[in-house]
Design a protein. Sequence first.
Length: 371
Amino acid sequence: MMHDRRSFLALAATAAAAPAVAELSPADPLAGKIVVNALGGLGDPNIEGEGDPFTPRVLAEAHASGLTAVNTTLGYVAGPGDPFEKSVRDVAEYDAFLRAHPNDLLKVFTANDIRRARDQGRIGIIYGFQNGAMMGNDVTRVDLFANMGVRIFQLTYNPLNQLGGGSMAPGNPGLTPFGRDVVARLNDRHVMVDLSHSGTQTCLDAARASKAPISINHTGCRALVDLPRNKTDEELRLVASRGGFVGIYFMPFLDPHGHAHAADVVAHIDHAVKICGEDHVGIGTDGSVTQIDDLQKYAAALAKENAERRATGVAAPGEGPDTYPFTVDLRGPDQFRKLARLLGERGHTPRQVEKILGLNFLRFATDIWGA
């Protein structure tokens, strides 16, 4: 379980800076490619305890995976604590982590930083939020976090907040007046507006209110599995029609029974491409690339986490004590290669596969952040 995903399971480890791993072999299908995980993270789910998540194993497996950059969730998501203080502390903490690993990691501010990470054999870390609760009632906090390097701002998590309705908010409320102010401020500061986890009306309202394209960085398609965490065709089509980006996750919500497989990921990508077009779809796995060594032990920790999520009211239909927050047959350092192969077998051209793995996010990032 990763630092960026939820705050209920602790993550991480002790490690000194490790030297960057050699470039992928020229024969590797991902060599020289851009692979962007629009929502994920780096950490070792086999280690409990707080600290630097970038252990030698984590860094080695991240390099071996072919990953170029990842949107890593920082700041307040749910639970106790002051959202603003938690968010400021997290950003400062991650700045220190990245300074400790300059040969391996690169903080991303612009699209060119993603290209630079690829060219230098480093991994770009994109700072993102998954809940706008840290805004309080002060829209100028957008400026503060933008200056700190937060590049992606998800308006809501599953419940209602002061910006709008999450996917579990009763009555499907829309974007609030304060939410509109925040969207406008994010546009002015060239920060991505992410509508993952939002309710349908809030997503539609924000897509229409935003002067810039918006994203849904980790989702599935509700036309295939009717769960609140998945997006309707109306939402997907509107986001794409305005130049936005949609990332498909590797999550249990891709299967009606909560046990998603690689074939489900491919099916949801196919549907998203059909609705959005091949230039607007990518991946946002909501996971890491480090393997879980003992799934039985992990399952026990997951059941505890799920109980805590339900107690705090942030759990969504489709997640439960026996549903892994990943696809069992599409995880670990080889997940992107396997997905590329499966997409090719499904009939996607090599160029389309490159777009899905990272070029579509890079295009969108260029539009929002600049080159």
